[in-house]
Design a protein. Structure first.
Length: 376
């Protein structure tokens, strides 16, 4: 069974490589987020050079470089990394998403080619991220302030995916501070974000002075008390990565709890909605949640007994096969892969291409094919 899955993933990756060779060749010198109506990437570096997703294109390029050794991918990935330097000049443009931005660009570059300038960028990003730690609340603040809102008490589930930057910094420097901060944050998220049924909240808020837990808010899912699927996926993957970095069994158990909840709530057609608790109408999907959950489940399967691993792998394969057969655009003249991604329940647009959906889709397939590089 797993051999069949591996062969299927490899043949799917071969199709992706053929398409992406065309896509990258005609999309040089940009940082995509989504496409226009004609299926052509737009340049997010022009629209917002500080946007949290601006590292994912670099991640896709490093994955493709690893698969093919084509130097074009390496050159384009380094260009993305260099463009991100503008973020490092503006403290108000640095936030907890430093992990997403530099983990998949500078740190990936350093991991693959041992480039010293890339290591320096990764360390600057890690030091800034560690500086967001609130000592009394034992959390990393998520976002920066709005003109009319102090957001120093806000924590979100997504941050679990930014912790690997800190684990990497400790490993690289042999200075335990970064890991200590990451573990403290993960423990806080475990205590306050994960519900007893394995679902996760999106946003929680602390008193930033006393550190006291105050409340949870709705966020990008349907609302307070709901179950935003991308948040569930960040939880599966993020707690698995914290387990890998620490070997703390409680993180593994939390990842398993969220995974069980995700699998139990996955619809029979394996098409993932934006929120597991949203009304039946309107029904909008989010392919990013499916792709992130698939990659997280494959990662989680590495750490559990065979019978449980089979459950996680089968769930991941079902998600990926559904994306490949029903939600992937294989036309080589169209830039995106996944077609029905949704950033948020309460936004005007739903079910469109989003770059991090494509990143995790490719990443999950590389893992299933036994071709992965560890970029987290
Ligand atoms: N990290 C933001 C999001 O998942 O939309």
């Amino acid at each position: 069974m797993q051999i069949q899955n591996q062969e299927w993933a490899q043949s799917t990756l071969t199709r992706i490589e053929a398409k992406m060779a065309r896509v990258v060749a005609r999309n040089r010198h940009i940082i995509p987020y989504t496409t226009d109506q004609a299926g052509h990437f737009q340049d997010m570096d022009v629209q917002n050079p500080y946007w949290w997703t601006n590292g994912f294109w670099g991640g896709i390029l490093w994955q493709l470089y690893h698969l093919t050794n084509d130097q074009l991918y390496r050159e384009e990935a380094i260009e993305v990394e260099e463009k991100l330097d503008r973020n490092l000049q503006r403290s108000e443009c640095l936030d907890h998403d430093n992990g997403f931005k530099w983990g998949l660009t500078a740190v990936a570059h350093y991991r693959i080619l041992r480039d010293q300038a890339a290591k320096n960028r990764g360390m600057l990003a890690a030091e800034n991220l560690a500086g967001r730690f609130n000592l009394n609340g034992r959390y990393l603040r998520a976002w920066n302030d709005l003109p009319d809102q102090n957001r120093s008490g806000i924590v979100i589930i997504d941050c679990m995916m930014n912790l690997p930057l800190l684990y990497w910094a400790s490993e690289e420097t042999q200075d335990p501070r970064f890991k200590q901060v990451a573990v403290a944050h993960a423990k806080t998220a475990q205590a306050h974000i994960v519900r007893p049924d394995g679902s996760v909240k999106h946003i929680i808020e602390f008193d930033p002075v006393s550190g006291e837990y105050l409340r949870s808010d709705g966020g990008q899912g349907y609302g307070h008390g709901s179950s935003w699927t991308r948040g569930q996926a960040w939880g599966i993957y993020g707690f698995t990565l914290s387990y890998e970095a620490t070997k703390d069994e409680s993180f593994l158990n939390t990842a398993r709890q969220i995974a069980q909840y995700f699998i139990a709530n996955t619809p029979a057609d394996h098409l993932i909605p934006i929120d597991f608790r949203m009304p039946k109408e309107p029904w909008w999907e989010d392919d990013t949640a499916a792709a992130i959950a698939a990659s997280g489940l494959i990662e989680l399967a590495k750490h559990v007994a065979e019978a449980d691993a089979a459950i996680y792998l089968n769930a991941a394969v079902a998600l990926l096969k559904t994306l490949v057969e029903q939600r992937c655009n294989w036309d080589q003249e169209t830039d995106n892969l996944l077609t029905k991604c949704s950033a948020s329940y309460f936004e005007d647009q739903h079910e469109y291409p989003i770059i991090y959906g494509d990143y995790f889709f490719i990443e999950a397939l590389t893992k299933l094919a036994g071709q992965d590089i560890n970029l987290w």
